[in-house]
Design a protein around this ligand. Sequence first.
Ligand code: HEM
Ligand SMILES: *[C@@H]1O[C@H](CO)[C@@H](O)[C@H](O)[C@H]1NC(C)=O
Ligand SMILES: *[C@@H]1O[C@H](CO)[C@@H](O)[C@H](O)[C@H]1NC(C)=O
Ligand SMILES: *[C@@H]1O[C@H](CO)[C@@H](O)[C@H](O)[C@H]1NC(C)=O
Ligand SMILES: *[C@@H]1O[C@H](CO)[C@@H](O)[C@H](O)[C@H]1NC(C)=O
Ligand SMILES: *[C@@H]1O[C@H](CO)[C@@H](O)[C@H](O)[C@H]1NC(C)=O
Ligand SMILES: *[C@@H]1O[C@H](CO)[C@@H](O)[C@H](O)[C@H]1NC(C)=O
Length: 531
Amino acid sequence: MPSARSEGFLGHVFVITLLSSLALAKTSILWPNPKLDELESQLYDREGYRSGILGTGMLPTCITFFDGPNTGRANVGDWVRTAYHDMATYNSTDGTGGLDGSIRFPEELSRSENAGDGFTNTLRFITPGLNRYFSVADGIAMAAVVAIEMCGGPAIPFRGGRIDALKPNDPGVPEPQQSIEEHISNFARQGFTQEEMISLVACGHTFGGVQHTAFPDIAPPSNDANNTSGNAPFDSTFVEFDNKIATEYLDGTTKNPLVVGHNSTTNSDLRIFSSDNNATMFSDPAVFRSTCSSLFARMIDTVPKGIILSDVITPILFKPVEVQLVWVGGGNVELWGQVRVWNNLPSQLTHNAAHVTKPHIPGSPGILNTWVEFPQIVLNATESISTFWFEVMNGDSFTKVEDLGGSGYPLQDVVMMSTGTCYTMKNGVLTKLQFAIRADIQPTRVYARYDYFEGRVGFGAYPVTGTFDIARPSDVVTTAGYEIWNVETRFGANPLTIIVEANGEQFETTFTKDSPFRPGTPGSGHGAPLC
Ligand code: HEM
Ligand SMILES: *[C@@H]1O[C@H](CO)[C@@H](O)[C@H](O)[C@H]1NC(C)=O
Ligand SMILES: *[C@@H]1O[C@H](CO)[C@@H](O)[C@H](O)[C@H]1NC(C)=O
Ligand SMILES: *[C@@H]1O[C@H](CO)[C@@H](O)[C@H](O)[C@H]1NC(C)=O
Ligand SMILES: *[C@@H]1O[C@H](CO)[C@@H](O)[C@H](O)[C@H]1NC(C)=O
Ligand SMILES: *[C@@H]1O[C@H](CO)[C@@H](O)[C@H](O)[C@H]1NC(C)=O
Ligand SMILES: *[C@@H]1O[C@H](CO)[C@@H](O)[C@H](O)[C@H]1NC(C)=O
């Protein structure tokens, strides 16, 4: 990064005041890291302001069904089954298959081992909603984690970095009419022992059931207007995580269609659960919870050989969000952004608590996050800054400087969005982009980057990154050491990033979800103003 233009004023500090202490963990020193930020956000911002789609999809009751109400089904079941079926092609001998998004291919979906519409339901819902930081496979894995956690299940460690397969995997998902010997060897191929097989099937089948629409020979038809798919549930609490799948089996009250089904050939849960004389089946809810947590984690971490997953993604306690320098005209720039403060009651925060959100963390339902807006920070453009930090104060007695372990959070001032950006609605949406580029930089390329979805229809959609080059306009004005570029685009993509390449480096700034200029959504209350 070129050095800041003035050595005199290199940083900026502001203060977040808390009234009680927080447990502090070390902050990741990798910043900015948009992939980590996005994965962390989808994983933990589950409701309300800036929430990702995965948590929102589970609310309010976990039962809301993609196909509409009254199907008698549970969303959570489909998310978990999708993850399992994508993973179940894994061959532990040669490391092929596994959780790699290959279930999106029509060839896999049309196999009898993948009967039912649960996969198209889920894939349709997640792929178009995710972005360049997500593979389909990471989305499938994370959706299962969020669904299980939000529907009463245990916390499940999540790692990111799955890579999508480019072709279907070999078949290999178990089917109910297979023998116990086939099931044992099938799970061994997936990397699970017989005991782990019993556990994982029980963990999965705490949710959902068998639909008449998918397995007409197993679940009888239903005339119930609230059960249009004829969902025969695996246990009496099929929307919630609990060990009733095991206790109802053990005490003989189960209605699990794979245990007490009329055709013993397809009673695979009975054969599996009883295959060690019921020794594994869980009468203890705590053992069930912890066993399922670790087996679900192994399930989603079963990926093709050679893929290295990230460390477990944990909540970032003080998370700077959408921080950027913004050109405001008159030779001034402003530092815009927010900090999400994890596990902080809004009543304990005295400063600019703009939003409060609930992350729905298993075991800690009371956790709330507050989002602190930066105060207005106006800076002289010719001086500018290259880092910022902030202080967290606990009353008068405690001050903690959040500065990435001393280095400060880095900022670039080579390219900045301008508040002069606006829309016209004439002939469709036209964005009049305005941005500022440092006049002492010789850009070798200026371009925009955006996400779009290939095969937009349904579950085949796949996020792709597109770019378009921006030529230097002839009417560029130089002021306070910056060139002001005005560029018109019909592009409404959100986010839209402007990138400047110079000296072999890249500098970028993004129109983001909640910044006051948000292309594509005029009139939404966010969005850039109309011109
Ligand atoms: C021998 C092994 C297994 C067999 C034969 C089997 C069979 C089935 C069948 C026939 C259904 C009904 C699907 C539908 O009607 O849409 C089902 C549903 C389900 N399975 Fe399995 N399964 C097995 C293992 C697993 C495992 C290991 C998991 C996850 C860890 C799992 C998770 C689920 C879930 C969550 C549902 C409910 C789907 C819904 O309600 O929409 N299954 N399973
Ligand atoms: C798993 O991979 C090994 C080694 O390539 C192969 O011999 C075996 O047939 C595969 N198993 C299945 C079920 O495809
Ligand atoms: C369906 O469920 C709704 C809401 O629980 C209930 O009011 C209604 O009576 C149910 N209808 C039938 C046919 O059971
Ligand atoms: C829904 O239909 C299935 C299949 O006929 C049946 O097993 C199940 O008990 C029904 N569920 C309810 C809540 O009536
Ligand atoms: C039981 O299920 C098996 C496997 O689907 C099927 O071949 C057989 O015909 C069924 N038996 C009866 C009596 O329906
Ligand atoms: C296992 O439990 C099932 C369901 O209660 C029961 O039918 C079966 O006899 C049990 N098996 C053993 C070996 O205890
Ligand atoms: C910014 O600083 C420069 C140099 O210190 C000064 O000449 C200029 O007037 C300042 N601009 C504003 C808007 O305060």
